[in-house]
Design a binder for this molecule. Structure first.
Ligand code: OGA
Ligand code: MN
Length: 301
């Protein structure tokens, strides 16, 4: 069974219909970017993204392939937000940065985004919302500016890396629980923090999550990333060794799609079954992403 067959089997097990390849090809062209993660979406216009039938087909492709890549789509903010609304519920930010309260600016420039310093954490593999009860369902980035050097984004399928574990390993890991915290992820960036920084991080509650998340669809994914602190009930060093070992396993190149950005690219990831990270770029780089984040639809379980 190929990786996408297992996704289709999960749709069927939930009694959800999946559009046939003919139905999908009437709306867009899908071209897989690798054996287990990533699909390129072409023959589609930005204004079609908010159309309910198109968005539903894209939602199915997202669950099947983990990452949707729309090369040089040149999507405007309104179409990006309409796409988000057609697929789910976009987060709204208290201080809108433009005409749309749903658009968050991903940039290391504090003049454009006051929260820029936290974004240094995006250089480490992570899941958006890993310290929440319900992580984000999906996130999309629209490349308005790209870095001259570096600044790619990598994604790994945490469904595929779970599936590829041996039966013995699955049995060993399936009931483990891991504490995730903002502090753990920020300590990777700031190894010698001030007391004020630590107090700020600790003000955000840490959260215990399953290591193996069994979804309503019946599929299972690994829950790892920069926010991992320790394994519940395990000696700290032993737990860290296991987390580091699994992190290396989950981010092995066979489970990874690497995206090099061109201005106009729109990329969306299924945050429930992937991890992602930015590759280094300079703080004064012109890299600027317009991000729309969709609220979670399924709690960690
Ligand atoms: C994010 C994120 C990665 C990037 O916006 O959640 O992790 O490449 N971004 O900017
Ligand atoms: Mn992120």
């Amino acid at each position: 069974m190929t990786f996408s067959d297992s996704a289709y089997a999960a749709f069927a097990a939930q009694g959800r219909g999946v559009r046939s390849p003919e139905e999908v090809s009437a709306l867009m062209k899908l071209t897989p970017l690798g054996p287990c993660i990533g699909v390129s979406v072409t023959d589609i216009e930005p204004r079609q993204l908010g159309d309910s039938d198109t968005a539903a087909a894209l939602g199915e492709a997202l669950e099947t392939h983990g990452v949707l890549v729309f090369p040089e789509l040149h999507c405007d903010d309104a179409s990006q937000v309409a796409f988000g609304k057609a697929l789910g519920e976009p987060d709204v930010f208290p201080i809108p940065t433009g005409d749309h309260a749903e658009i968050f600016l991903v940039t290391l420039d504090p003049a454009k985004n006051p929260a820029a310093s936290y974004l240094q954490g995006t250089f480490f593999w992570h899941i958006d919302g890993a310290t929440d009860d319900v992580p984000n369902m999906a996130t999309m980035l629209n490349a308005v500016g790209v870095a001259d050097n570096g600044g790619g984004t990598e994604f790994c399928s945490t469904y595929a890396s779970w599936d590829a574990l041996s039966a013995d390993d699955k049995a060993k890991y399936k009931d483990l629980r891991v504490v995730h915290s903002m502090e753990a992820s920020q300590r990777l960036v700031y190894s010698d923090p001030t007391e004020a920084q630590v107090a700020d991080w600790q003000a955000r509650p840490s959260k215990e999550q399953p290591l193996a998340w069994t979804h309503e669809s019946g599929r299972t994914s690994l829950v790892l990333g920069a926010t991992t602190d320790h394994i519940v009930g395990m000696n700290r060093d032993e737990g860290r060794q296991l987390i580091d070992h699994l992190e290396a396993w989950a981010t092995d190149e066979r489970f990874v799609y690497h995206h090099d950005w061109t201005v106009g690219d729109l990329v969306m990831w299924d945050n429930r079954g992937t991890m992602h990270r930015a590759l280094p770029y300079d703080a004064d780089s012109p890299r600027l992403m317009h991000r729309v984040t969709l609220a979670g639809d399924e709690a960690f379980a």
